[in-house]
Design a protein around this ligand. Structure first.
Ligand SMILES: [Fe+2]
Length: 296
């Protein structure tokens, strides 16, 4: 199925960006981390890429202290954004983050605190902006169809982790109907080539990847002849400043420590393989996609 502006996903809207010939920065999960966002914008400037070439896969607000400033920055600069489950919950005035955490789990207890903070920081104007964001983007990159989603394809809060069986990827790629899916929500960067298609998760810009380093992640997705190169890129930034702001705001200290240590405060959502990778520094080489089936 080629990219089309006529499609719908779960009754929600899709924005069609049409053909894009050049590189894209893709990131997600800013989580109110203004220092990381500014570091990314400086990197984009260094690469010569304007805000219209930066895609955010959702969750602009969460654990860190600057959700309003981050949302305003994205909106004012004109980054290309979709709704994450956080935007969806804020836009509809919901009482929780919509992550689907188990009741009384560590994530759920901390989410009660940070979500109340985030909700208080939002303005009617920003909630209206979030309501107007599409749930998906579709585009073509040198003729290859691409869909941008937050979590899963039909389910915005679905966690699709890199260790998932090939059948899971086949199913979500089938739902997407495109050659490539660009996704977020899990907070961990990975790329899977399945049957000639690609599922690429950028990891998150606002929290480290549980690898024992304070680095955060974004991606450079660039055509190279007939191929597409997926580069996972680590970003260093002033995480001490972000952690200090978080503590000053009285937000859960587990996330301030996470910014410093690179270790998540809870592994509740993680499958066994991702739990085992905790504290091991991530090293990812550029992934070159040729469109040929490479097996699972
Ligand atoms: Fe999310």
């Amino acid at each position: 199925m080629s990219a089309s502006g006529e499609e719908t996903a779960g009754g929600e809207d899709i924005r069609n960006l049409g053909e894009i010939g050049g590189p894209l920065i893709v990131c997600g999960g800013i989580y109110g981390n203004l220092e990381a966002l500014d570091a990314l914008l400086a990197e984009a400037d260094r690469l010569g890429l304007p805000p219209s070439r930066i895609i955010h896969t959702g969750d602009v607000a969460a654990y860190c202290a600057d959700p309003r400033a981050c949302a305003e920055r994205i909106r004012e600069l004109g980054l290309v954004a979709i709704r994450g489950n956080i935007e969806e919950q804020l836009a509809t005035g919901a009482e929780d983050c919509g992550c689907g955490f188990e009741e009384d789990s560590a994530c759920a207890v901390m989410a009660d605190e940070w979500f109340a903070y985030v909700r208080n920081q939002m303005t009617d104007e920003l909630r209206g902006w979030m309501r107007g964001l599409p749930r998906h983007l579709v585009l073509t990159l040198r003729g290859n169809s691409v869909r941008v989603v937050h979590g899963g394809v039909d389910n915005i809060s679905e966690y699709v982790f890199g260790s998932a069986p090939a059948g899971v990827f086949r199913a979500v790629l089938e739902q997407a109907g495109t050659d490539v899916v660009l996704a977020g929500h899990t907070g961990l960067p990975f790329t899977r080539f399945i049957g000639g298609r690609v599922w690429h998760n950028t990891g998150s810009l606002g929290m480290p990847a549980n690898d024992g380093t304070p680095r955060v992640w974004y991606s450079l997705v660039r055509p190279d002849g007939d191929r597409i190169v997926f580069e996972h890129r680590a970003l260093t930034y002033d995480y001490r400043k972000t952690a200090a702001k978080l503590r000053e705001a009285g937000l859960p200290d587990g996330y301030a420590r996470c910014l410093e240590t690179g270790l998540w405060p809870s592994l509740d959502i993680l499958p066994r393989a991702e739990r085992a990778a905790r504290g091991k520094p991530i090293a990812l080489r550029p992934q070159i996609w040729t469109g040929e089936p490479a097996g699972a």
